[in-house]
Design a protein around this ligand. Sequence first.
Ligand code: NAD
Ligand code: WQD
Length: 339
Amino acid sequence: MKILVTGGTGYIGSHTVVALQQKGYEVVIVDNLSNSQADIVDQIEKITGLRPELEVFDLANRELTADFFRRHSDVLGVIHFAAFKAVGESVEKPLYYYRNNLVSLMNILESMQENNIRNIVFSSSCTVYGQPDILPVSEKAPIKKAESPYGNTKQISEEILQDYIKVSGLHAIALRYFNPIGAHETALIGELPLGVPNNLVPFITQTAIGIRQELKVFGDDYPTPDGTPIRDYIHVMDLAQAHVVAVQRMIGQQMKQGFEVFNLGTGKGYSVLEVINAFEKVSGTKLNYKIVDRREGDVTQVWADPTFSHNELGWKAEKGLDEMVGSAWKWEQAYRSRS
Ligand code: NAD
Ligand code: WQD
């Protein structure tokens, strides 16, 4: 029952390792620590009582990846989180993103095939939908031209998987995450952006704790009820559970096609101001924010139709917005008091 979690010391990966261990899976992590820290495995061990194995190397290195898989050919399945994910940075450094995100995927697929490992879950994103024509957006919605090299790596990765499963006998599930936020209830693991956060919720919690002076709300002139953009925020532990379900589906040979895609969202959208209001209510703090110009590349609104995931995976997001922002706040406070 061994699962390889690439990017397992990262934000979503670490929460998924916890969920896997708690369902009885043995976990081996590969991460090059480009956006995370090795001591995350200590934190995971505090939560579950089990220490995941960690190997530190770059999956974009073909030889090291091949060597790892030869030594771990008993892996039943792979959950592939490892990737660069900063949209703005990907515009500045496209080759850096294409090389890292695509070469690592190809190295993994090649090594899986060589070692007869058949199952891979891939981290995709709602970014593949762009601004959908119909809301809520289902898996059948057309893929829009990617807004950034990062988004393009997700589209191309899905295509690589689709092409490769046709000739390799591999099975792949692509999970399209909407906006993951929040932290494990123990506040021992959570989101830890390097430098200035790009995403809304870490920026909110860092502002509230005094690391950032003020949150900039990027535009209040969108055609939405309060003028700010709407997203489908999903608790990272709900997301983690979905990965366990996807792994079980693959290992239990319940897939209906060699390549399957599922939306992971709650089905409910919240505006930026609604997130801020929820945070102020739950934390009992007043957030210092101001409305500024729109951020380039932001879509107006997107939220998931999670019906297919409900029906096929038997998975449903359970945690609401207050619990999401509350856990993010608890994590921020706990982390800063430790460091
Ligand atoms: P993260 O940066 O916290 O975790 C990714 C991990 O992968 C990091 O620990 C990093 O060190 C590692 N990594 C990157 N390149 C590597 C390589 N070549 N070799 C080995 N390790 C490498 O990011 P996250 O938020 O946990 O995201 C996980 C996955 O989910 C990514 O593929 C991301 O694109 C995708 N995703 C994230 C979001 C989000 O909002 N967080 C939304 C949709 C999809
Ligand atoms: C949410 C809302 C901002 C910061 C990004 C990626 C996407 C996916 C998830 C990986 C937007 C507003 C934000 C701030 C703000 N990642 N905001 N002030 O842009 O929906 O999605 O992360 O696949 O690909 O693009 O998430 O958290 O950055 O923004 O007003 O300082 O918060 O304008 O409306 P986004 P986000």
